[in-house]
Design a protein around this ligand. Structure first.
Ligand code: S3P
Length: 442
């Protein structure tokens, strides 16, 4: 699979950031919207879809499995699915590009249908561990026909004629593992159960219920237990995608660290299982106000007014990691500008994201001249003056690219990233949205 062309980009300190912005639709919900469009029979309408490369790759895979997908206007899409149990065998490899979520959730879908499909992606996806998905799928009767060394892509799966429901305890707090098992359980006769000791994002559970599946979530001694009754009739119902808190994180932190800034970030999903960064920033003394809290498409959202703030370092407990797993790179940037030490604990899962994010963040902080240390799975950042002036290797990781471009908006000297092309996977209008508030790139 070929990787996109490489685009170096740099950012520099300018005036304060001002204005109202709406970040793109949530990536997690957008992937799931396409997947549920495939699994429901009939027309599913989507409003506010993230038109990023990752989500479009999932859409393309849904087409290869028999869905008709139409774009009516920006963010406004419809999916006409063949429905659960009626997927077509794809003629070509399913190419997920950079998309871990799309590929892993789709493995649950395909691995529970009696069809054969090959999953592949870019150099980053090919490095990501997939055994965490293949193990439960094997228990459900799926055959892994081929896999690259270490359980990596390219991977070829063939689902069984009859899927066995299982009870599965996720070995790490991961919504991707939980969702792959639940999506596979949809095509099993009987009840599939997932137990997670720490709660991970609950979009799959909410959407299953939205489309009419019988699903029960209970909190018990062992953690959070999800029971899903298989082989439901999934009825299409419109999906309204709220703004992605993981993307909102970049303009929010930018406004906090660029002196004099005062912005409003609109329509940000405030689901508590996604709000760890907000909690942490407030503890650091961030001036963030929630305005006009409301419901949008089954999720709580709010407009966030963010003003430049004097941040202080804090201790971030490991238990908070699942609710802010994608936000540590940008939190590390905020921490570099805070007074004192920020200690982020229990970051082992960061090593298996789009890049080894722990190493990539440390290298980025080093390039920016920001004092930091990795101790075991913890990242410790000593805040203070940030010189900047370096070049950061992004390793095909959109969040590394955006985080260090945000850093460059407030550091003494400009900051460069070797490749900003992957930003298009999750936040295609990042540069335009940030420039609209006064950010300077070049
Ligand atoms: C996601 C879950 C998280 C997150 C990813 C999106 C999802 O991964 O990092 O960006 O949509 O389910 P894990 O569940 O593996 O932690």
């Amino acid at each position: 699979m070929s990787d996109a062309a490489i685009h170096p980009l740099s950012s520099r300190r300018g005036g304060s950031l001002r204005g109202r912005v709406r970040p793109p639709g949530d990536k997690s919900i957008s992937h799931r919207a396409f997947l549920f469009g495939l699994l429901t029979r009939g027309d599913l309408e989507i409003h506010g879809l993230l038109e990023g490369e990752d989500v479009l790759a999932t859409g393309q895979a849904c087409r290869q499995l028999g869905a008709e997908i139409v774009r009516h206007a920006p963010g406004r899409w419809s999916v006409h699915g063949p429905g659960l149990g009626a997927l077509m065998a794809p003629r070509a490899t399913l190419d997920f590009g950079n998309a871990g979520t799309g590929s892993r959730l789709m493995m649950g879908v395909v691995g529970s249908h009696p069809i054969e499909a090959t999953f592949d992606g870019d150099a980053s996806l090919r490095k990501r561990p997939m055994r965490r998905i293949l193990d439960p799928l094997r228990q459900m009767g799926c055959q892994v026909i081929a896999e690259a060394e270490g359980g990596r892509c390219p991977i070829t799966l063939r689902g069984p004629d009859a899927v066995s429901p299982i009870l599965y305890r996720t070995p790490v707090a991961s919504a991707q593992i939980k969702s792959a098992v639940l999506l596979a359980g949809l095509n099993a006769r009987g009840t599939t159960t997932v137990i997670e000791t720490e709660a991970s994002r609950d979009h799959t559970e909410k959407m299953l219920s939205h489309f009419g599946a019988e699903i029960r979530v209970t909190v018990e001694g062992e953690g959070r237990r999800i029971d899903l009754v298989g082989q439901p009739t999934l009825r299409p119902a419109p999906v309204h995608v709220p703004a992605d808190p993981s993307s909102a994180a970049f303009p929010i932190v930018a406004a906090l660290i660029v002196p004099g800034s005062d912005i409003v970030v609109e329509g940000v999903m405030t689901n508590p299982l996604r709000s760890g960064l907000l909690t942490t920033l407030l503890e650091m003394g961030a001036r963030i106000e929630r305005l006009d809290e409301r419901d949008e498409g089954g999720e709580r959202v709010a407009d966030l007014r963010v003003r430049a703030s004097d941040l202080v370092g804090v201790d971030v407990p490991a238990a908070r990691a699942p609710s802010m797993i994608d936000e540590y790179p940008i939190l590390a940037v905020a921490a570099a500008f805070a007074k004192g030490r920020t200690h982020m604990r229990g970051l082992h899962e960061l090593r298996v994201k789009e890049s080894d994010r722990l190493a990539a963040v440390a290298a980025g902080l080093a390039a920016a001249g920001a004092a930091h240390e990795i101790v075991g799975d913890d990242l410790i950042v000593e805040g203070g003056a940030v010189g900047g002036g370096g070049v950061v290797e992004t390793h095909l990781d959109h969040r590394i690219a955006m985080s260090f471009l945000v850093l460059g908006l407030a550091s003494e000297r400009p900051m460069a990233v070797d490749d900003a092309a992957t930003i298009a996977t999750s936040f295609p209008n990042f540069r335009a949205l940030m420039e609209g508030m006064g950010a300077e790139f070049g």
